[in-house]
Design a protein around this ligand. Structure first.
Ligand SMILES: *Cc1c(COP(=O)(O)O)cnc(C)c1O
Length: 405
């Protein structure tokens, strides 16, 4: 495992692009120079106090950080057992943790002298976050999006356009996320001199998983400071939902060496692991290469990547970041699933007990935390990362609860 000093926010150690057996750069030769250039530029940036200062300022002055660590007393009483605290990433600008990453990468792109950003998006959440960061940093953005997703997610398409981004519908293949990723890679290879490819989670070839993790570790760094200030100790357990894994690794990473702190990632159990209709990549997937890195993925016995299912768009992804694959393999973190039904139940409970409407993704983590709390003592402390707010999900929730709006 790569280690890190506990204070500096961006880690500063040499890296071979591997997390144990996982990660690496499984890409076409034509992409190698672009990845190498990015790795070198990032190494420079993270050693530059001015870059760190610009990132810190963007997070606080524009993003609204630090986010509170809030003790959810009524939710804790309802769960019964440990004290549950919420790390309120739902209060960050844009309504989710995605901001931390897109802002960091937009600043990195500017520092590299790039004049154009590209991104790809499935449901549109990363596209919208990228469009905000692009506008704020004065860089034009083009977002590749499968034509099927463009149809399904008109509201997010319009949001991106309002924010000044250009959305490019992708008509090839199944016209969904994986085709959009292929198009974005093609664009990047062709235009690498002036173009920066802004990836949305701790996935993809090295150096992306460690760049995105470093921009998201502000979540865990703040939890450490706030926990020491409030409780005079570290939490007993950290819980976060895992799609690609960026909010979870941001939460876990600063604590990896504190072995007394438990780490629990909650994947999307969909309709139940046994039904095959889920997105629990670590719990129900196989080792394999997806998007340029070796990790776990959802595949059939022939190795074909399969369709995933989750009530939450942000967890509906067939892969997972390689650093999580390694944390699971070495036994440092546990990964469990919460089903659609469990997430919906947790969402309504958090609404009623605390007046907080979480994103459906985050509701998976809340479900996991409530399950764990029951097994723990009243003095034990759980911190659950509330990755985003749920306003975007009200239509989905209404439909799932059988309410006709
Ligand atoms: C995108 C998203 C996720 C999933 O992404 P990770 O990279 O796994 O963090 C989780 N929660 C919210 C609110 C999201 O928008």
């Amino acid at each position: 495992m790569p280690t890190t000093e506990r204070t500096g926010r961006l880690s500063d150690l040499p890296h071979d692009g591997k997390f144990g057996d996982f990660g690496g750069r499984f890409v076409a030769e034509t992409l190698m120079p672009a990845l190498e250039q990015l790795a070198l530029a990032y190494r420079d940036a993270r050693q530059d106090p001015e870059f760190q200062a610009a990132f810190d300022e963007a997070l606080s002055e524009y993003g609204g950080r630090p986010t509170p660590l809030y003790e959810a007393k009524r939710l804790s009483a309802e769960a019964g057992g440990a004290r549950i605290f919420l790390k309120r990433e739902d209060l960050v600008h844009g309504g989710a943790h995605k901001f931390n990453n897109v802002m960091g990468q937009a600043l990195l792109a500017k520092r590299m002298g790039k004049t154009r950003l590209i991104a790809e998006t499935g449901a549109g959440q990363h596209g919208v976050a990228s469009a905000q960061a692009a506008a704020a940093s004065g860089l034009p953005l083009e977002v590749y999006m499968g034509a099927v997703d463009v149809e399904r997610q008109r509201l997010n398409v319009f949001r991106m356009q309002l924010l000044g981004a250009k959305v490019i519908p992708v008509e090839s293949g199944s016209r969904t996320l994986k085709d959009a990723i292929n198009e974005a890679l093609r664009d990047w290879v062709t235009n690498v001199r002036d173009t920066y490819y802004l990836i949305g989670s701790v996935v993809g070839p090295d150096p992306y998983p460690r760049i995105v993790r470093d921009f998201q570790r502000v979540i865990g760094d703040e939890i450490r400071t706030q926990s020491l200030a409030k409780l005079d100790r570290l939490p007993d357990l950290l819980v976060a939902c895992v799609g690609g894994g960026s909010n979870a690794i941001g939460t876990f990473y600063p604590f990896v060496e504190d072995t007394e702190v438990g780490l629990l990632g909650i994947e999307a159990g969909g309709e139940g692991i046994e039904t095959g209709r889920h997105a629990a990549t670590i719990g129900g997937g196989h080792k394999g290469i997806l998007h340029g890195a070796l990790s776990y993925l959802m595949a059939d016995p022939d190795g074909q990547v399969t369709e995933t299912h989750s009530v939450s768009a942000g967890l509906d992804y067939p892969g997972v970041g390689p650093e999580h694959a390694n944390l699971a393999a070495v036994g440092r973190a546990r990964y469990e699933a919460a089903t659609d039904a469990e997430a919906l139940d947790a969402l309504t409970r958090l609404c009623r007990t605390e007046g907080i409407l979480p994103a459906l993704e985050s509701a998976h983590a809340v479900a996991g935390a409530m399950r764990e709390a029951k097994k723990m003592d009243p003095e034990d402390v759980i911190v659950v990362t509330l990755s985003g707010r749920g306003d975007k999900d009200v239509h989905t929730v209404a439909e799932a609860l059988g309410v006709d709006l």
